[in-house]
Design a protein around this ligand. Structure first.
Ligand code: SF4
Length: 310
């Protein structure tokens, strides 16, 4: 994709590492999020429909079906097992380890991604992630939702963890992960009260440790039925417009270390569930706009560290 010229996208990383298209297949531990209180969270948006729970009746048939879909849709013949929904490290670590291993050890699967909160990373979980890999070059990631490096924003979002718990989690992954487990951090831009400078501070903080090799960033969205929606409807607050978000992404890209893989820039919710902000462009159009913005402003990833002149 043309954006790969300017940014170390996940697509570029996968192409370089595996030599072709790699699709993510959604798995689920079947265990509800133990926190469940983040004000923006709507599981109907975050939990992909059709996520597979390893060990449940018929899971292997569903996996075969999903893989066929990925061949048809993306031409992908390799897969990443992605435990995306909720807090995928909550529960009995040995039981979770069996699920990770079952998902990882299926045909043509080249990696495992486990998504969680910083306060649910334990040494035992990191060991289970390492042990689930069928080979030493298997791609292992733990995704951690930090969202912001500002305590007041974590309080606003009612995340239920502090900034320090992120450092504890990534140090543990670095120490116990035998150099085989990489961290991808989730961040949210446009949290009320935060400036662009605050977001850039978060980006620098979140990516300063070498174990952090991926970042996912998107803007705050208000979904129907969430507590954020109640707050928004009783006292509306400003949310980013699409052009503002693209300008902010340009600044983020300049700051990001060149080796960090950018796994997401935008998020799209079903129209019926989204209250605000309602943007005109879809994800493909936004990616195109971001590419043009980078091109027109001579932005390449990390260039802010030594001057953005091509
Ligand atoms: S930790 Fe994740 S799944 Fe749990 S409530 Fe917060 S955003 Fe939702």
């Amino acid at each position: 994709m043309p954006l790969d010229r300017y940014i170390n996208t996940f697509n570029r990383y996968l192409q370089e590492r595996f030599g072709g298209r790699v699709a993510r297949i959604s798995f689920d531990t079947g265990i509800p999020c133990p926190w469940g209180r983040c004000v923006f969270c709507d599981n109907a948006v975050f939990v992909p429909r059709g996520a597979i729970v390893p060990g449940r009746r018929g899971w292997r048939d569903r996996l075969v079906f999903q893989k066929k879909r990925m061949v048809g849709r993306y031409g992908a013949h390799k897969y990443l097992a992605y435990f995306q929904s909720g807090t995928s490290t909550s529960g009995d670590p040995r039981k979770l380890g069996r699920m990770y291993g079952a998902a990882a050890r299926t045909e043509d699967t080249v990696g495992l991604i486990v998504s969680t909160r910083p306060d649910y990373v334990t040494e035992e979980i990191v060991r289970q992630v390492v042990q689930s890999a069928p080979s030493n070059d298997f791609d292992l990631w733990i995704e951690i939702g930090l969202q912001s490096a500002h305590e007041r924003s974590l309080a606003f979002l009612e995340r239920g963890h502090d900034v320090a718990s992120y450092d504890t989690a990534i140090d543990m992954i670095h120490r116990v992960g035998e150099g085989r487990v990489k961290v991808a951090v989730h961040l949210i831009a446009g949290i009320p009260g935060e400036t662009s400078a605050d977001v850039l501070e978060t980006v620098r903080f979140a990516t300063r440790h070498p174990v952090v090799q991926g970042v996912k960033i998107h803007h705050l969205q208000v979904y129907r039925g969430t507590r954020l929606a109640d707050r928004f409807e009783s006292a509306p607050f400003a949310l980013p417009e699409e052009d503002e978000h693209i300008v902010l992404l340009g600044e983020v890209i300049k700051e990001l270390p060149p080796q960090v893989v950018v796994m997401r820039f935008f998020t799209e919710a079903p129209s019926a569930r989204l209250i605000a902000p309602r943007w005109d462009s879809n994800t493909q159009e936004l990616l195109k706009k971001l590419e043009e913005y980078c091109k027109n402003n001579t932005i390449t990833q990390g260039c802010g560290r030594n001057g953005c002149v091509n």
